[in-house]
Design a protein. Structure first.
Length: 182
């Protein structure tokens, strides 16, 4: 299929907590899905193809940037810039806060990773971000989280068990699966 034939595909960018609902309702046919707990919904097929840990992003000139690793508890007085509530990151943030018995302040939420990275680079706050997002900003330092019980970010290709794909859809799905080694 030539790339020009892909013009009729509509893409949607949303958090991974919304995507399963939209897959099940038929609003989405296929989704890249980020998750931490295994997806056990019998209506969905999720083919995992990657796992990544979470990092804490800080500005290069932050005192924290001198560290290479940090526990979540050390961040109790930091201001956080996070993804919006429909992203898995929000669930992980709350899990880590509960495990550490702290209530860090969230000062801004976005659905755009680059906006979060830019705000961290400007020293506005720190962030929790999966290492699946490549940060190429020289003004941002990624710190390894040392918490023993921390979720792992999994990435999978998801679709409804009952979906019957038309030829073009099946061709695109096969190309994606081949590119991911599934």
């Amino acid at each position: 299929m030539p790339v020009s034939d892909l013009n009729h595909i509509q893409t949607v960018e949303e958090g991974s907590l919304s995507a399963p609902r939209d897959l099940k309702s038929g609003q989405l046919d296929v989704s890249f899905l980020g998750y931490v707990d295994d997806v056990t919904d019998s209506e969905l097929i999720v083919d995992e193809f990657d796992q990544q840990h979470f990092s804490i992003l800080v500005a290069k000139d932050s005192p924290l940037a001198k560290l290479t690793e940090v526990s979540f508890n050390q961040l109790k007085n930091e201001s956080f810039i996070l993804f919006k509530n429909n992203f898995v990151h929000d669930r992980v943030f709350h899990t880590l806060a509960q495990q550490n018995h702290i209530r860090p302040q969230v000062i801004f939420r976005s659905s755009e990773a680059q906006s979060i990275v830019n705000m961290v680079a400007d020293g506005i706050g720190v962030s929790l971000l999966t290492q699946a997002v490549k940060v190429n900003n020289p003004n941002v330092v990624a710190l390894r989280l040392t918490d023993e019980a921390q979720p792992v970010f999994k990435i999978g290709l998801a679709y409804r068990q009952s979906t019957v794909f038309v030829n073009d859809q099946q061709h695109i799905l096969t190309m994606i699966r081949d590119a991911l080694g599934l």
